[in-house]
Design a protein around this ligand. Structure first.
Ligand code: GLC
Ligand code: CA
Length: 549
C-alpha cells in the first residue's frame, strides 16, 4: 500500500451539507457544488456517510440496498459525476459500509421474515417463546437487543435499533455478499472504505447473559474478527485502499492488530476512549466535567502504544455521532476562536491520519435546542424517554441531550448568513444550531487570515510540507499540570514540539533551552518573541508549535 501518512480525510454528512434542489435535505449534487471549497481546504479524501436506500430510522445507517442511491440524495449518474469531478481535483471518495447489520427493509431480511430459512441464516435468529429472551443484552440505543417475531416463533438480534438486524458473519454466504458489494463500488471508482462498527461483527457461538454489563464484552473484538477482516480485504481486492474501521469499546492490542501493515487487515482505526472522559462512570447519559488527567493519559497511551506496535491511528474529535468539540472541551464565548484552533492543532500534529468533520473547520457549535421537538436522532429520542422513566425531569433530560445528543453535529452546514445558512433555500430537515452566528460561517472566514478556517488550511498544508508531521516519531514531554499537553516529533533532521494549554486558566511551562530559539511554525496568539525565556506563561487555550526544520 502506498504511503498515506500525509493524507487528510474530510467527513461529509450529506444530509446536512448542501441541498441543491430545495427539499431541505442535502444531496450528492450539493457535494459536487462544494468541491472547490474542499480542494482549497486541501483534503485528500471525502468520507461520505451512507446515502443508500434506507427508511432513515438511523439516518442511513439502516441500509435497505447497498448498491443503489436513495433518490432523496440523487442518482447514480450524480454520484459518478462527483467521483469524476473529485478525481480531477486529486480528491478520492471513501464510502461508508454498514456491514454489522442491515435495515429490516433489506430484501434479505424481508425474505427471512417471510420464512425463507436460507435468509434467516443471514441474520442471528434464535428459536424461542415470547416470554424468554435469548440473553439479557441491551441495544446500544436503549432497550433489549432482541426482538420477537411471533409468526416465526423466533427472536432476532439487533445491537442497535430494532430495525437494524445484525448480520451473521459466521455464514460464508454473508461474507461473500459483502465482498461483492465492495467489488461493485470499487468498479465505480471508489478508492477508500470506512467500515461501520466493524469490530462487532463476529459474535460468539454460545450466547450467554451478561451480569456485568450490556453484553458488549462478548461480541466486541469477537472470536473471528481478525480472520474475517483479512479475508474481506484480500478477497475484495482492496488491499491498496485506505480502509478505516470504526471500533466500538475496543482495546489497544486489538487496534494494533487491525492496523499494523503486516497483518493486512485495515489501514487505521477509530476508537473512542478519548471521547468518554466526560461520561460519568462510563455512562454517556450522565454529565460530568472533562477529566483532563485521563484525557492526557489516554492520548499518551494510545499514541505510544500504537507506535510501538506499528499500528496507525485516526486523529479526530468530531463526527456525526459526537457533540461539537468546541462546545465540549473548548469555549463557546470569548475564547471560541482560540480554543477551536488549539483543539485542532493538538491532534493534527500527532502520529496518525486527521479527520475533519464538516463544520469543524469553521468552529461550529452544539445545537442548543430548547425543546424535544427539534431533535431527530433515534438514539436521542429513545434516551429522552428512558431518562424520563428513570425519574429525570423534562428540563434535566433536555440538558443532558443538549450536551450529548448526536444531533449536535447534524445541524446544517453554515455556509453563509442567509436564513438557512446557505444550506438550503427551504426549511431544513433538522433545525439550524441556535448558535448559528454570522462569524461561524464559511463566508465570514474564507478571506480572514486569522480565522479558524484559515488555521485548518494551514494544518493540512503543514502536514504535506513537513515530513516530520506525517512520519515523525512521537514522544511526550513532562509538564507540571494536566492542563498542559506537550509533545515532540522527530524525523531525520526535522523536529517539532507542540505545547497546548487545554483550559481557560493561564499556565506556566518550561521551554527547554535548545528549543527556545526554534522557529514558531504555528500559533493562535500573536506577538511572541524568540528566543523564549525559560519560563513562559501560556494564555487561555494557547497552542504553540516550534520547529527545527
Ligand atoms: C456507527 C455510526 C452511527 C450508527 C451506528 C449503527 O456508530 O457512526 O451513526 O448509528 O454505527 O450503525
Ligand atoms: Ca435536496
Amino acid at each position: 500500500m502506498e504511503d498515506f501518512s500525509d493524507k487528510v480525510v474530510y467527513q461529509i454528512y450529506p444530509k446536512s451539507f448542501r441541498d441543491t434542489n430545495g427539499d431541505g435535505f442535502g444531496d450528492i449534487s450539493g457535494i459536487t457544488e462544494k468541491l472547490d471549497y474542499l480542494q482549497e481546504l486541501g483534503v485528500d479524501y471525502l468520507w461520505l456517510t451512507p446515502f443508500f436506500p434506507s427508511p432513515q430510522r438511523d439516518n442511513g445507517y439502516d441500509v435497505a440496498d447497498y448498491r443503489k442511491i436513495n433518490p432523496k440524495f440523487g442518482t447514480m449518474e450524480e454520484l459518478e459525476n462527483l467521483i469524476r469531478k473529485s478525481e480531477e481535483r486529486g480528491i478520492k471518495i471513501m464510502l461508508d459500509m454498514v456491514f454489522n447489520h442491515t435495515s429490516t427493509q433489506h430484501e434479505w431480511f424481508q425474505k427471512a421474515q417471510k420464512g425463507d430459512e436460507n435468509y434467516q441464516k443471514y441474520y442471528i435468529f434464535k428459536e424461542g417463546t415470547p416470554d424468554h429472551v435469548p440473553t439479557n443484552w441491551k441495544s446500544k440505543f436503549g432497550g433489549s437487543a432482541w426482538e420477537y417475531i411471533p409468526k416465526l416463533k423466533k427472536w432476532y438480534l439487533h445491537l442497535y435499533d430494532v430495525t437494524q438486524a445484525d448480520l451473521n458473519w459466521d455464514n460464508p454466504k454473508v461474507r461473500e455478499e459483502l465482498k461483492e458489494i465492495l467489488r461493485f463500488w470499487k468498479e465505480k471508482g471508489i478508492k477508500a472504505f470506512r467500515f461501520d462498527v466493524i469490530n462487532l461483527v463476529s459474535k460468539p457461538e454460545q450466547m450467554e447473559d451478561d451480569f456485568e454489563g450490556d453484553g458488549r464484552r462478548f461480541y466486541s473484538d469477537g472470536p473471528h474478527i481478525h480472520e474475517y477482516l483479512k479475508e474481506l480485504v484480500s478477497d475484495a481486492g482492496i488491499e491498496d485502499f485506505i480502509t478505516v474501521g470504526e471500533m466500538s469499546s475496543t482495546s489497544l492490542e486489538h487496534c494494533i492488530r487491525y492496523s499494523a501493515p503486516k497483518e493486512k487487515e485495515l489501514s487505521m482505526c477509530f476508537n473512542f476512549h478519548h471521547l468518554k472522559v466526560d461520561y460519568k462512570d462510563g455512562n454517556k447519559w450522565a454529565l460530568k466535567d472533562v477529566d483532563y488527567k485521563k484525557l492526557k493519559k489516554l492520548f499518551i497511551e494510545w499514541q505510544i502504544g500504537m507506535q510501538q506496535g506499528d499500528g496507525w491511528n485516526t486523529l479526530f474529535w468530531c463526527n456525526h455521532d459526537q457533540p461539537r468539540i468546541v462546545s465540549r472541551m473548548g469555549d463557546e464565548g470569548i475564547y471560541w476562536k482560540e480554543s477551536a484552533k488549539m483543539l485542532a492543532g493538538m491532534i493534527h500534529f500527532m502520529r496518525g491520519t486527521p479527520y475533519i468533520y464538516q463544520g469543524e473547520e469553521i468552529g461550529m457549535l452544539n445545537a442548543h435546542y430548547p425543546s424535544i421537538e427539534q431533535y431527530r436522532d433515534i438514539e436521542s429520542l429513545n434516551y429522552y424517554q428512558i431518562l424520563l422513566e428513570n425519574g429525570k425531569t423534562k428540563k434535566e433530560a433536555l440538558e443532558i441531550l443538549a450536551a450529548r445528543s448526536r444531533d449536535n453535529s447534524r445541524t446544517p452546514m453554515q455556509w453563509n448568513k442567509e436564513k438557512y445558512g446557505g444550506f438550503s433555500k427551504e426549511e431544513p430537515w433538522i433545525p439550524m444550531s441556535a448558535e448559528f452566528r454570522k462569524e461561524i460561517t464559511v463566508e465570514a472566514q474564507q478571506n480572514d487570515k486569522n480565522s479558524i478556517l484559515t488555521f485548518y488550511k494551514k494544518l493540512v498544508a503543514m502536514r504535506k510540507k513537513y515530513p516530520v508531521i506525517a512520519k515523525g516519531k512521537i514522544s511526550f514531554l513532562e509538564t507540571e499540570t494536566d492542563m498542559v499537553l506537550a509533545y515532540q516529533r522527530i524525523f531525520q533532521e526535522q523536529q517539532i514540539v507542540v505545547f497546548c494549554n487545554l483550559g481557560r486558566k493561564e499556565q506556566n511551562i518550561k521551554i527547554p533551552k535548545e528549543q527556545s530559539s526554534w522557529e514558531i511554525l504555528l500559533e493562535n496568539y500573536e506577538g511572541r518573541k524568540i528566543p523564549f525565556e525559560e519560563r513562559y506563561t501560556m494564555k487561555p487555550y494557547e497552542i504553540m508549535v516550534l520547529g527545527k526544520i
